[in-house]
Design a protein around this ligand. Structure first.
Ligand code: UGA
Length: 440
């Protein structure tokens, strides 16, 4: 099939590359000429395992093209995805200007039937706005070309996006008419494993499903984080509790790990946006308001503990393992490491950090500064530092040489925001060790 994807960001490129890989001819459109050049040269503008290979392979095979020409993009794809950014505005609502601009652009160039598919995470009611923007542009041109607007939210996890796209749990298609549904079913047929993964529903339900999924996952994490703090007080171990409750199939084991808070481009933004949608419709979403507050609190826990241990932080250096909001990504959006580093700096301390891939992103955010050293290995981060803090559970941090680290640190103390080690083993190695919700 012929597909066009507007927006060559994370969601757009993964979608384009995976759809091309099963034989579709996909054209990616972006207003950023530099980005299009980078893509044409065979480079992915962000770090995501597997995407580079897919881009190169499919571009070589002639199934994947990149352009800044919206006219060419609209002429090409019978199915057109809108996968441009929806950055949060100051009041927490999603900024829809880019989504609606694409809708108008499609209306400007369209001459035949098109299915317009919103893939960006957009608030309930956005597909109706897209339909409206496109329709009024067509009316402005004085033409009457048929089109349908479909909501097709993505459920990709950073670091596992290709796998998630290729082997989806579900493919949500929100539409009120049969014609686009048939086309979407055909497009996604190669991704049905064992049984049909397409779930058809009305547009509003599809839009709300996306937020509901992320809000539910964020709720699980905040719930466990609060329980972890309580576990410490009552002398329980959150890992035992996790196993105990996870064995109930109604609860399940996944997404119950206590830690130093959730981050990323999705959970914090989507929880805020859903609370805001509630307000717009006169409903306070009390659970989600608490989920957000609990997460804000959790992101400060490591700092509070380090400060309680070291006292005055001025002149002190904290070794930091991990910067990205989670492993296998270079994404620093809403990362707990940022809250920790900024608190350390505000208290007069310094940071020596290592992350396997997110150091460039970190440099781009904070620039060169005296109180931040980005160093080439976990060991170098510990050299001359007072204590060690861990915020991202990269595999490379899981089995350190404790004896070597002990020699490098001024005080043998580890503040582990991801519960990487058995507390007894770390204590036996001669460290003061604090993790989240476990007995020390
Ligand atoms: C999330 C969802 O998991 C995807 O299904 C969704 O498609 C995506 O948002 C999106 O809306 O685009 P992602 O943001 O990539 O994916 O990251 P997750 O793997 O969900 O992790 C989010 C945060 O929760 C991380 O900071 C992670 O460390 C934290 N987390 C996760 C915990 O603290 N505990 C857990 O048990 C699991």
């Amino acid at each position: 099939m012929k597909v066009t994807v507007f927006g060559s960001g994370y969601v757009g490129l993964v979608t384009a590359a995976c759809l091309a890989d099963v034989g579709n001819h996909v054209v990616c459109v972006d207003v950023d000429a530099k980005k299009i050049e980078t893509l044409k040269a065979g480079h992915c503008p962000f770090y995501e395992p597997g995407v580079d290979d897919l881009l190169v392979r499919n571009a070589k095979a002639g199934r994947l093209d990149f352009t800044t020409s919206a006219a060419d993009g609209v002429a090409h794809g019978e199915i057109i995805f809108i996968a441009v950014g929806t950055p949060p505005q100051e009041d927490g609502s999603a900024d829809l200007q880019y989504v609606l601009a694409v809708a108008r652009t499609i209306g400007q160039y369209m001459t035949d039937y098109r299915v317009v598919c919103t893939k960006s995470t957009v608030p309930v009611g956005t597909s109706a706005k897209v339909r409206e923007a496109l329709g009024s542009t067509l009316a402005g041109r004085g033409v009457d070309v048929p089109y349908d607007v479909v909501s097709n939210p993505e459920f990709l996890k950073e670091g596992a996006a290709v796998e998630d796209f290729m082997r989806p749990d579900r493919i949500i298609v929100g539409t009120d008419s049969p014609r686009p549904l048939e086309l979407m079913r055909a497009l996604y047929a190669p991704f049905n494993r064992n049984h049909d993964r397409v779930m058809a529903m009305d547009v509003q339900s599809a839009e709300l499903t996306k937020y509901a999924a992320n809000a539910m996952l964020a709720t699980r994490i905040s719930f466990m984080n609060e329980l972890a703090l309580l576990a410490e007080k009552v002398g329980a171990d959150i890992e035992s509790v996790r196993r105990g409750i996870g064995s109930d199939p109604r609860i399940g084991f996944q997404f119950l790990y206590a830690g130093c808070g959730y981050g990323g481009s999705c959970f914090p933004k989507d929880v805020k946006a859903l609370v805001r949608t509630g307000h717009e419709y006169g409903q306070t979403l009390q659970v989600l308001t608490a989920v957000e507050a609990a997460n804000d609190h959790q992101k400060h826990v490591l700092f509070d503990r380090i400060q309680a241990y070291l006292g005055d932080l001025s002149g002190k250096t904290i070794a930091l393992w991990g910067l990205a909001f989670k492993p296998n990504t270079d994404d620093m959006r809403e990362a707990p490491s940022r809250v920790l580093m900024e608190a350390i700096w505000a208290a007069g301390g310094k940071v020596r950090a290592h992350d396997p891939v997110a150091m460039e992103t970190t440099r781009a955010i904070y620039g060169e500064r005296d109180d931040l050293a980005l160093v080439p290995s976990p060991e170098v981060a510990c050299e001359g530092a007072d204590v060690l803090a861990i915020v991202t559970e990269w595999a490379v941090f899981r089995s350190p040489d404790f004896a070597a680290i002990k020699k490098l640190l001024r005080t043998p103390a580890i503040f582990d925001g991801r519960n990487l080690y058995a507390p007894k083993a770390v204590a036996d190695a001669g460290f003061y060790y604090e993790s989240i919700g476990r007995k020390t």
